[in-house]
Write a protein that binds this ligand. Structure first.
Ligand code: HEM
Length: 343
């Protein structure tokens, strides 16, 4: 076997193997908080090393991702070609809501204390500059099951297939090595779900519950999320869903996170789930699970964080003055002014 030399920008730890603990931190950037956020993003690899180096078995990693509205506030220059706000989907029965989020920190480790320590350090640096929209501490449950009792993550792409599915390449060369991320926080009605016979649950998911064997069920969650391109090739995303909850408060949930090379793939899956397909009016998993958040981000490469572009004001000041003036209506300049003094 020949080993190809590594080329292209270094990604963040998007492809890191599944871990037993995670924290999902979503925040909006306050007016004036931009510089602190830029400083933190630049320091993030160092912070990860500080917390993770002493515990090599802990496999601590953190992926930082930026939302559409914040991108232009934080960075001058070009933006990722497909970065846009999460599009709300209103199905006949269920709604995929779109909720605020400028920053996502996806912190993973085999130990919750490592995730906690790094999250605390990040927040210490950002307090006063951001407003936290959501924080979820997730865990792996039993043998990698979600709280509905099914093994979750089986059909994730591996190796080269994962790289191809998840990392931007030459199609948007400025952002190669980056990845689009969609997150949704789901709350389950476990009383209703557990009242369903196991056979009916298996039809909803499309896999057997105990043995995790795939079933031929065209309207199942698995079928609705098996999407193909025009050549019949399967289009994949990389998921690292985590159960979370609070038995005391009766809260049971799944935090969905999907990385992809283009958000289009995850969006097609969501349309199938919420708006339906010729085989199903909607994904029946939604009859027992409510999406309470929904946000889209771009996780730039590690090289991008290492060498951040200038902030937008500095980038604008450096931009060359155009030699030619574009035609504008009613005698105004390209910027809509008369070009005379302040007018
Ligand atoms: C498959 C659970 C939401 C995409 C599965 C499987 C389970 C599961 C148990 C079968 C095993 C596996 O291959 O992982 C859940 C739960 C969700 C949820 C509990 C939230 C309530 C989503 C969402 C998407 C998604 C929002 C995409 C937007 C997929 C995909 C597969 C899958 C792509 C693999 C399909 C295949 O076999 O090729 N999910 N899921 N899931 N799910 Fe979900």
């Amino acid at each position: 076997m020949t080993v190809e030399p590594a080329t292209g920008p270094e990604p963040q730890s998007v492809l890191s193997p599944l871990t037993t603990a995670a924290i999902f931190l979503v925040a909006t950037v306050d007016e004036g908080g931009e510089q602190s956020v830029r400083d933190l993003l630049a320091d993030l690899p160092g912070l990860q090393r500080s917390y993770g180096f002493g515990a090599p078995d802990g496999r601590l990693s953190c992926v930082a991702a930026v939302g559409s509205d914040a991108w232009g506030r934080l960075f001058g220059g070009p933006r990722p070609a497909e970065l846009h706000p999460f599009e709300e989907l209103a199905g006949r029965r269920h709604r995929a809501v779109s909720t605020p989020g400028d920053l996502l920190f996806h912190i993973r480790a085999t130990r919750q204390d490592l995730c906690f320590g790094l999250a605390a350090e990040i927040m210490d640096r950002l307090r006063g500059s951001v407003t936290v929209a959501d924080e979820v501490q997730g865990f792996k449950y039993l043998d990698v099951r979600d709280l509905m009792g099914f093994v979750d993550g089986t059909e994730n792409p591996q190796g080269r297939a994962a790289v191809d599915a998840v990392l931007v390449a030459g199609e948007d060369a400025d952002f190669a090595g980056g990845s689009y991320v969609i997150v949704q926080k789901y709350l389950h009605d476990l009383d209703a779900w557990n009242a369903l016979p196991v056979e009916a649950q298996e039809k909803v998911i499309g896999r057997t519950k105990l043995t995790n064997v795939e079933l031929d069920e065209p309207a199942s969650h698995v079928s609705l999320n098996t999407v193909t391109d025009e050549d019949g090739e399967e289009r994949q995303i990389l998921r690292d869903n985590m159960p979370f909850g609070s038995p005391g408060r009766g809260e049971f949930g799944t935090y969905f996170i999907g990385y992809s090379r283009t958000p289009e793939v995850t969006e097609e899956m969501l349309r199938n789930m919420f708006l339906g397909t010729p085989d199903a009016t909607h994904d029946r998993i939604l009859d027992f699970s409510t999406a309470v958040t929904g946000t889209l981000f771009f996780a730039p490469s590690a090289d991008f964080l290492d060498d951040l572009p200038e902030p937008p004001a500095a980038a604008a000041a450096e931009r060359p003055v155009p030699h030619t003036r574009t035609e504008s209506p009613e005698g105004t300049g390209a910027d809509g002014t008369l070009g005379i003094g302040d007018l």
